[in-house]
Design a binder for this molecule. Structure first.
Ligand code: FES
Length: 391
């Protein structure tokens, strides 16, 4: 049993026992809370988050930051939920700064007052990622179930006035893809250095709402052409990232850059996760930072070792000559679409389940037909034709 009275020593001792071929984590995502004033229909947080209420306290988080840094992590994201719901955020940022992390606050902007911006600047926060749901007040407010569009715009101006580099993030789907030009114009007007146009990936609430969110291929291609045009004219001022949804690809993404390879997430209740959606995978017991050091969790736990390397793979991945590129794709997607996380990601056209993905995409052309794809099981599609959250 690890002695948590000396966690950093425990972390160092375990790091020395580091198994061959396993590199240390580079990126720590600290999900401080699942509480959030918004209720976005594409949120990737657990749909049963209300059952995960017991949050780590300040001292526990400080211990996690120290252990993660001792392990080798260099980048730190403060996320949620809405991390500003925690009034110890500034203390944690200050500690992270002392430890030498590069820190990023991932926020909806709700609660980011000038006073908090001053304090976060003093604490040493490096970067802010601010999310919008759309370029129009109507859709922004509808998708988040709040009236927050004008407030977010004021927050964006304050972030820039405080001298923070800013990423504007907007999750894309069939409702706002036609507004991509306006979203880019908005980011330029706000002075964002980066714009992340992240097409919805289908986990959590987005999976529950996927029949309503999935765009058509034509919508995606049109949006990509707009992005390309702006990259040519404004690429110097603002770097634009456009991430295509997996469902439209023929080869899977190298999800998280590999399971237990670079990413270490800690959920609000202390559960350590190799990806933020992994909690939904059955048959895995994820370790908790209350009970083990991060080094033990990273190097020794069964959950973090479960999909490392190639031995866990089934066919067609096992004998595939592309397995070193994509590492079999995304475990969470494999589970959601096939019921077995060790199967090939069905996004891959070598997967026997790929036809399912093709059918989703084809049927997304017709919103009413797509609604029939609603396979989450809790609500019949005909009774729930619009986007929903029931938390
Ligand atoms: Fe979990 Fe891809 S989102 S492994």
């Amino acid at each position: 049993m690890t002695d948590l009275s000396s966690p950093t020593a425990a972390a160092t001792a375990s790091a020395e026992r580091k198994p061959e071929g396993v590199a240390p984590p580079l990126w720590l995502l600290a999900e401080l809370t699942y509480r959030c004033p918004l209720h976005c229909v594409f949120c990737y947080n657990p749909v049963d988050y209300a059952t995960n209420a017991r949050e780590l306290d300040t001292d526990q988080w400080i211990r996690i930051l120290r252990e993660a840094r001792a392990l080798g992590a260099a980048q730190l994201g403060f996320s949620g939920g809405e991390p500003l719901m925690r009034d110890d955020l500034e203390i944690l940022v200050g500690e992270a700064r002392k430890l030498g992390f590069y820190t990023n606050l991932i926020t909806s902007g709700i609660g980011l007052t000038d006073k908090r911006l001053d304090d976060l600047k003093t604490a040493g926060l490096d970067h802010i990622q601010l999310s919008f749901q759309d370029s129009t007040q109507q859709l922004n407010d509808f998708l988040s179930s709040t009236r927050t569009f004008d407030l977010k715009r004021r927050v964006a101006a304050s972030i820039k006035a405080h001298g923070f580099p800013m990423v504007m993030n907007c999750v894309l789907h069939r409702y706002n893809l036609p507004h991509v030009d306006k979203i880019i114009e908005m980011a330029l007007a706000m002075g964002a250095e980066y714009l992340e146009l992240a097409n919805t990936q289908y986990y959590g609430w987005a999976f529950a709402n996927r029949a309503q969110l999935l765009p058509t291929r034509e919508q995606l291609e049109a949006a990509e052409a707009v992005v390309e045009r702006y990259r040519k004219t404004h690429g110097e001022r603002c770097r634009i990232f456009f991430v295509v949804p997996d469902y439209f690809e023929r080869r899977p993404k190298r999800c998280m850059n590999g399971w237990g390879a670079v990413f270490l997430g800690v959920a609000p209740d202390g559960t350590a996760l190799p990806c933020h959606a992994a909690r939904g995978l059955p048959g895995l017991t994820f370790p908790n930072v209350r009970e083990a050091s991060l080094a033990d969790i990273w190097y020794e736990s069964a959950a973090f070792n479960r999909f490392r390397g190639f031995d866990w793979m089934k066919e067609p991945c096992r004998s595939c000559d592309e397995k070193t590129n994509d590492l079999g794709g995304c475990r969470c997607q494999a589970y959601l679409l096939t019921g077995d996380a060790a199967n090939a990601d069905p996004v891959c056209d070598k997967s026997p389940a790929h036809e399912q993905v093709v059918r989703f995409v084809e049927r997304a052309r017709d919103a009413s037909e797509a609604a029939a794809l609603h396979a989450h099981g809790t609500t019949a599609p005909n009774e729930q034709p619009i986007l929903f959250r029931n938390d």
